[in-house]
Design a protein around this ligand. Structure first.
Ligand SMILES: [Zn+2]
Length: 245
């Protein structure tokens, strides 16, 4: 069984794996009265099966939808296990269609292991045979609000350098915001030198109605943590500007 963390009345998460070599992003679970909505799918079929089993064991309502924060493999590749519709913005749909056409999967991840032999991937030959990219059946553009019984999810396409399709998912009743990887730098394979967090984006996302901010690869943050990061990044930027040459 996986160890889940409860964040608020309706929200649980499987926290990101602390070992970066596992590239296991945070998975959110929104437990409405009669259905469970996943925020991102997990990075493998094996993890998705464990998520399914853990939710069943805790008596959570059946999983009804998976909402993607963006198209990257570590957020989407577990989706085919659940057999439920995926929700994402139009651009995620296009990017995942492109990945499907280019057959992005086993070879793509194997190349990553060649580059970083310490990478841990939990995929068996059977899993690859079963694997398919799940395209979003429900798409939106810009902003949308979906109602799942007693819980509403506000979706907002924010884009950014990490992935053009990044979406922020707000659990309205609970004041919890899922950020995906939206304020992160570009992935290393796209731009190895880009290391700056997108502070302007993070500043814009701060909203007094939301107390908890959950991104893909760090621990959940309360508003004061976000403000602290913003201050330290601003200081870094200033130091960089005044750095003697
Ligand atoms: Zn990502």
């Amino acid at each position: 069984m996986l160890k889940l963390t409860q964040i608020s009345p309706h929200v649980w998460i499987l926290p990101r794996h602390p070992d970066k070599n596992r590239v296991q992003a945070t998975v959110g679970m929104v437990l409405a009265a009669d259905q469970t909505i996943l925020i991102d799918a997990g990075n493998s079929l094996q993890l998705a099966r464990q998520i399914q089993a853990t939710l069943a064991a805790m008596g959570a309502p059946p999983i009804s939808h998976v909402v993607y924060t963006h198209h990257h493999w570590d957020h989407t590749f577990g989706a085919c296990v659940y057999g439920v519709p995926a929700v994402a913005n139009r651009l995620s749909h296009d990017l995942l269609t492109q990945m499907q056409q280019e057959n992005v999967g086993e070879t793509f991840l194997r190349t990553k292991v060649e580059r970083n032999p310490r990478l841990v991937l939990n995929w068996t030959a059977e899993d690859w045979a079963e694997f398919e990219i799940v395209l979003p059946e429900i798409t939106y553009e810009g902003r949308d609000c979906l109602h799942f019984g007693d819980v509403s999810l506000e979706l907002e396409h924010v884009g950014g350098v990490h992935a053009a399709d990044s979406t922020v998912i707000k659990v309205v009743q609970d004041g919890v915001m899922f950020l995906g990887d939206c304020y992160y730098p570009a992935p290393r394979y796209e731009n190895p030198t880009d290391q700056m967090l997108d502070m302007a984006m993070l500043t814009n996302l701060l909203d007094e109605r939301y107390d908890t901010y959950i991104d893909g690869h760090n621990a959940p943050m309360e508003t004061r943590h976000v403000r602290r990061i913003l201050r330290s990044q601003a200081l870094l930027a200033r130091l960089n500007e005044t750095r003697p040459t």
